[in-house]
Design a protein around this ligand. Sequence first.
Ligand SMILES: Cc1ncc(COP(=O)(O)O)c(C=O)c1O
Length: 426
Amino acid sequence: MVEKLSLTFKARKAIFNRTFKHRPPPACPAVRDSEKRNRRAGRRLSDVLSFIDSLKNTTRPTVAEISLQAIAYNLRGIREKVGKNVKIMGVVKANAYGHGLAEVARSIAGTSADYLGVAFPEEGVALREQQITAPILVFTLATRSQAHLYSEFNLEATVCSLEDCRLLNAVGEKSGKTLSVHVKIETGMNRIGIQDKKLNRFLKSIKKMRRIEIKGVYTHFAQSGIRDKKYTKQQLSNFYGALEIIKNANVSPEYIHCANSGALLDMPETYFDMVRAGITMYGCYPSLESSESIPLLPAMTLKTNVAFVKWIEKGESVSYGRRYFAKRETKIATLPIGYADGYARLLTGRVSVLIHGKKFPVAGTICMDQIMVDVGRSDVRVGDEVVLIGKQGRSAISAWDVASFIETIPYEIFTGITSRVPRVYV
Ligand SMILES: Cc1ncc(COP(=O)(O)O)c(C=O)c1O
């Protein structure tokens, strides 16, 4: 795919010209005066600029290859598991867990996913600017400077206090629109959420706000991925308690939801009206203890090519700080990827990569833009493909493998891959 995108100069120019042809005609006074048109033109220009940017980037051999088919496959598995009556929210926050917000959302919205979940309203705005019309829930709380985005871009808000609701209601009053909110219930995560002792008064007050509609009620689990489900069951029981209060207050939200990937895999009793699928959608299990009750395909492959190969003598050191010494005469391959791409420096001395379907250790300190690999006597050459996360031949290095070396989780590995690494869709 990288090959396909390495276009000749002529082809690039042709695409550039074609894209520019769609620009609005040169500004006449009427056009200049039309704010709407100007905004559209601005968007087109930014599309063109980011397009040119992406062409520049795809000349780089280091890419995160994203399989949209794998994401579709995972969502089919999730659909099979939850049945046709439960909605699926595709969680696309944090640049779709590093997989590319717009591309992933475009491929799932309104088809394999009924709803989208983002962390911040700005992510929702980016989706709307891609003409994505599916309902979008924002997980974090609106601040004063963000509140207007919810009405302008038809985003659904998370609320857990009267202050949140007053802020959004004021925006609704001003814009003449009713804003949909999902009440977040505190059940044991202690991040954001309303405690049940405050719920009754909260519901009574919210009823008086003309521009707020409670569309959903939800909570979030703290450790649904682990084998022992005791705490998650306790959270679920607390959630039921809150639902009882809500019912008694004559509030009937359209959506009750709480299942994240861990619950989705192992606890059908948490499905209610909708599940919120994050890491499973990207083909990764949320914990090493969760069941594999849904077959998943990893969507991301992090790869590059060998840039340079040389022999070094026994006893020579490699990289900054001289932390690696050759035990014998050996070949060192240099790769154009480093910690500024999200390949953490902490992986130094712990991680391997795949070349010709075989694992070779990273030699010496991971640099900002390059790493070295000890390939021994193998016939590794400049231009050979290297897989850092993913499959090559019969071998694989999973995101869990990489994460475990540095005591983190695949979520952080995926989201840590920086914007310098082009995402290539296959
Ligand atoms: C509120 C909320 N729901 C759902 C998810 C998805 O979680 P997971 O990726 O474990 O499925 C997240 C992610 O952290 C979240 O914050």
